[in-house]
Write a protein that binds this ligand. Structure first.
Ligand code: NAD
Length: 278
């Protein structure tokens, strides 16, 4: 028996990354999943959807830009037509946005990050809430970030959008608690590949050279010695934690928040950041 038997979940941005892991775990735990991404449906069908079906799960795929209201509404209508209801919404989509100082940034660059990272959460929540309110049941899980809780230089749109996700989560949780709907946020921490991408972008922006080897050494050093990275210290000394911000671990937290196990949790933002405390 799965933790999400009989439930219907929408998972955004599911072609890869954290979202793919969430979609696969929700399906493995019995939910019928409606996944979407900006990539063509065939990419999802040949990738994540075929893995879900091979494992015996139910899935439908839509090509949806979640920052576009009409496309979001079409996704919700298709999900309701196919599966009859919606119990869970995992708002996972997020883009990194520009690495630039504010005075070098265009309004279009600023807006694009907020559109994809924040408007999408508003639009998807707005579209599923009438169904959830009517059935007096719902779980909404928003992906924020450890970034924003602490500064990440030259990345104001991303940090702003992710702190916006936390504000939205807390306030929506207060608004819909009376309808038996829980709203929580997950804040993944950095992982090496993503951090390297960002460090490369920062070096490019500042006109500095980038040395991959040096980055890896510094990343390891920060991970293992910084007093704020508690689990990193444990990892170095005792090997208790072997990975920070892995998609599987993040998906397990999403499952907890999507299931009855977290019935009394709402309005929270929880770090999966290898012990980083912000
Ligand atoms: N990976 C990390 O290190 C990290 C750290 C902190 C927070 N996060 C957050 O976790 C979430 C997932 O991150 P990830 O690294 O797995 O992402 P990713 O970049 O691997 O995947 C994002 C997916 O979203 C899709 N997408 C992008 N724009 C879209 C749009 N407008 N509509 C629909 N789909 C769209 C992409 O095609 C892609 O498949 C994001 O919200 C991200 O900000 C990630």
């Amino acid at each position: 028996m799965g933790k999400l038997d009989g439930k219907v979940a929408i998972v955004t941005g599911a072609a890869r990354g954290h979202s793919e892991a969430v979609a696969r775990l929700f399906a493995a735990e019995g939910a019928a999943v409606s996944i979407c991404d900006v990539v063509p449906v065939e990419v999802m069908e040949n990738g994540v959807a075929s893995k879900i079906r091979e494992a015996g799960g139910r899935v439908i795929c839509s090509q949806t830009d979640v920052s576009d209201e009409d496309q979001v509404n079409a996704l919700i209508e298709k999900t309701l037509a196919e599966f009859g209801t919606i119990d869970i919404l995992a708002n996972v989509v997020g883009i990194a946005g520009p690495t630039k100082d504010v005075w070098d940034m265009t309004l279009a660059e600023w807006k694009q990050t907020l559109d994809v990272n924040l408007d999408s959460i508003f639009l998807c929540s707005k579209a599923v809430l009438p169904t959830m309110v009517e059935k007096r049941y719902g779980k909404i899980i928003n992906f924020s970030s450890a970034t924003g809780k602490q500064p990440l230089t030259h990345r104001t749109p991303y940090a702003t959008s992710k702190m916006g996700v936390i504000g939205f989560t807390r306030t929506l949780a207060a608004d819909v608690g009376q309808h038996n709907i829980n709203v929580n946020a997950i804040c993944p921490g950095e992982h090496e590949a993503r951090s390297m991408e960002l460090a490369q972008g920062r070096a490019e922006y500042l006109g500095k050279s980038f040395n991959e080897e040096e980055f890896r050494t510094n990343f390891e050093y920060r991970r293992n010695s910084d007093k704020s990275i508690l689990a990193g210290r444990w990892r170095a000394e005792e090997g208790y934690v072997d990975q920070s911000s892995g998609s599987e671990e993040t998906a397990l937290l999403a499952l907890f928040l999507a299931s009855e196990d977290s019935a009394s949790m709402t309005g929270q933002d929880i770090n999966t950041s290898g012990g980083v405390m912000w």
